[in-house]
Structure formats: C-alpha cells, structure tokens
Design a protein around this ligand. Structure first.
Ligand SMILES: NC(=O)c1ccc[n+]([C@@H]2O[C@H](COP(=O)([O-])OP(=O)(O)OC[C@H]3O[C@@H](n4cnc5c(N)ncnc54)[C@H](O)[C@@H]3O)[C@@H](O)[C@H]2O)c1
Length: 265
C-alpha cells in the first residue's frame, strides 16, 4: 500500500486536545496541529492566555477553541475531555503538556512538594490519557503524546544554575522520568485498541523573555548544548505533527528527544 506523504501528515477532520496549550511550547504545538488541519481544543488554567492565543489563531483562520480548567482536578479534567468528544463527535489526539509544579531545593523538599509535583505531572497525564482513550476507542484509535523532558533522562548541571536561579527540581525530574516510562506502559496496554502513545522530551527551550532577562543563564545553557544554542518554540512543531499523524502509524512507546544534542555528549 502506497501512501502520499502529504496525506500521511494531514490532520484534516481530526480533533485534538492539548493541556497547557496556551503556554510557551503548548502554543507552538497547538498552532502546528491546527495548521496541519486538526480542530484543536486548548485546556489550560490561564484563561487570559487562552483568549489571547485563540484571537491570534482566528486571524490565521485556524480552528482552535479553548476551555479554562485545572488539570489537577479530577472531575473538571475528565468532564472537559468528555465535552470535547461530545461537542465535536470525536477525539483523535491528546497532547499532555500542562505543568507548573513546585521547585523545592533538594535539601528542603517535603512530602507535599512531591505529592503536588507528581499529581500535576504524571498524575494528570495519566487521568487525561485514560479519559481520552475511552473516546479514541470509539473512533478506532488515536494518538497520545506526553511531553516529558531531557531532565527525565539526565539530570541538570548544578553549575548552570549556580548563583543565578534555582536548579530544576528533583520533583520535576522524577515526574518527567515517570512520564517517559508511563508512555511505554500505556503504549503496550492500549496497542490492541490502535491507540499509539509516544513522548516528546524537549531540551532547553528558554521561555519568553528569559534570554533577555537572564543573559548569563542563557549563555551557560547554550554552552552545554552541542548545537550551542537553546531551542525555539517552533522547533516543536514538526515532531508533534509527525507523532499525531499517520506519518508515525507504526510507532508507539517511543521517546523523541529534541535537545540540540544535550543528551548525546
Ligand atoms: N520550556 C522548556 O525548556 C521545557 C523543557 C523540557 C520540558 N518542557 C515541558 O514542556 C511543557 C510545557 O512547558 P513550557 O515551557 O511551555 O511551560 P509554560 O509554563 O509556558 O506552559 C505550561 C502551561 O501549562 C499551564 N498549566 C500549568 N498548570 C496547569 C494546571 N494545573 N491546569 C491546567 N493548565 C496548567 C500553564 O497555564 C501554561 O500555559 C511542560 O510539560 C514542561 O515540563 C519544557
């Protein structure tokens, strides 16, 4: 069977949900899925960011809507996914991206930080995936993409942060490692339902004004990257469309790392 490459990447007629879809990387991925033809529903706790983003996408004639929810709350999270499937008659793609956990120092970390971080990361990803899978089975399958991190694979260099800012926390990194492995678990158990589950692990994509506000930090980060720079948010677009679409139809349980080579040293 031959498949045209344009058809393989085409998401026309598909419905995608993205948690944290109005954030730095989430907005680029929302745009990518919509540009590839999907209707995208952003689930995010930041209502102002959702509204601003949707207004800008409308100008580009992209099909994007949004709902303000807290992914840490079981009922609203499940209900929002059910509502998307009910309103749009299907659900094909879920991107788990929302995260805003605590960043305690190792010497200060408490049980409550760990509970909160793991609830916000792997916990919410798992519940969203479970709820989305119910609707994906109805349409014969789907694609779930978990956003992990290179810090789920390797830990940070303390000297990058020294004297400038708090290091990436143990809670965050434990959660991201869990997300990479949860991806394999989900992929294996849901393969029979034709639900593919993959992970994207970004490296350093410095948010918004960080390079201007913290030039020394940006310099130190870039120095650790073989490509000698940090990522730009649009550099998440290609891989998310690849994993969401039929272009990756025989691929599940994988972790694609986008880090300019950081984890290859
Ligand atoms: N930026 C990077 O360098 C980088 C690197 C590796 C991994 N990541 C991962 O990529 C994802 C996106 O990161 P980002 O840099 O775009 O961050 P961001 O802070 O810009 O985006 C996170 C989004 O999640 C939303 N959110 C947070 N808590 C929520 C909740 N409880 N309910 C609903 N929405 C919530 C926020 O409002 C925000 O829009 C995260 O999972 C992050 O861990 C980012």
């Amino acid at each position: 069977m031959n498949q045209n490459i344009h058809d393989l990447f085409n998401l026309s007629g598909k419905v995608a949900v993205i948690t944290g879809g109005s954030g730095w990387l989430g907005s680029a991925m929302s745009q990518a899925l919509a540009e590839a033809g999907a209707h995208v529903v952003i689930l995010d706790i930041n209502n102002d960011a959702i509204t601003t983003l949707i207004d800008s996408f409308k100008k580009e004639k992209l099909s994007v809507t949004g709902m303000c929810i807290d992914v840490m709350q079981d009922k609203p999270l499940r209900a929002s996914i059910d509502k998307v499937a009910a309103d749009l008659d299907r659900l094909d793609i879920l991107i788990n991206c929302a995260y805003a956990g605590p960043i305690p120092l190792l010497d200060d970390v408490r049980f409550e930080d760990i509970d909160k971080g793991l609830h916000n990361g792997p916990g919410a990803y798992c519940i969203a995936a479970q709820q989305a899978a119910k609707h994906m089975r109805v349409v014969g399958g789907g694609s779930i993409i978990n956003i992990g991190s290179m810090y789920g694979m390797v830990t940070g260099y303390p000297d990058v942060y020294e004297g400038l800012t708090s290091p990436s926390s143990i809670v965050y990194q434990a959660g991201k490692a869990a997300i990479i492995h949860m991806t394999r678990y989900m992929a294996v158990y849901w393969a029979k339902d034709n639900i593919r589950v993959n992970c994207i692990s970004p490296g350093p994509f410095l948010q918004r004004d960080i390079p201007e506000r913290m030039p020394e930090f940006a310099r130190r980060i870039a120095e650790k990257v073989p490509m000698r720079r940090y990522g730009q948010s649009y550099e998440m677009k290609g891989v998310v469309v690849f994993l969401a679409s039929a272009a990756s139809s025989f691929m599940t349980g994988q972790n694609i790392v986008i880090d300019g080579g950081w984890t290859s040293w």
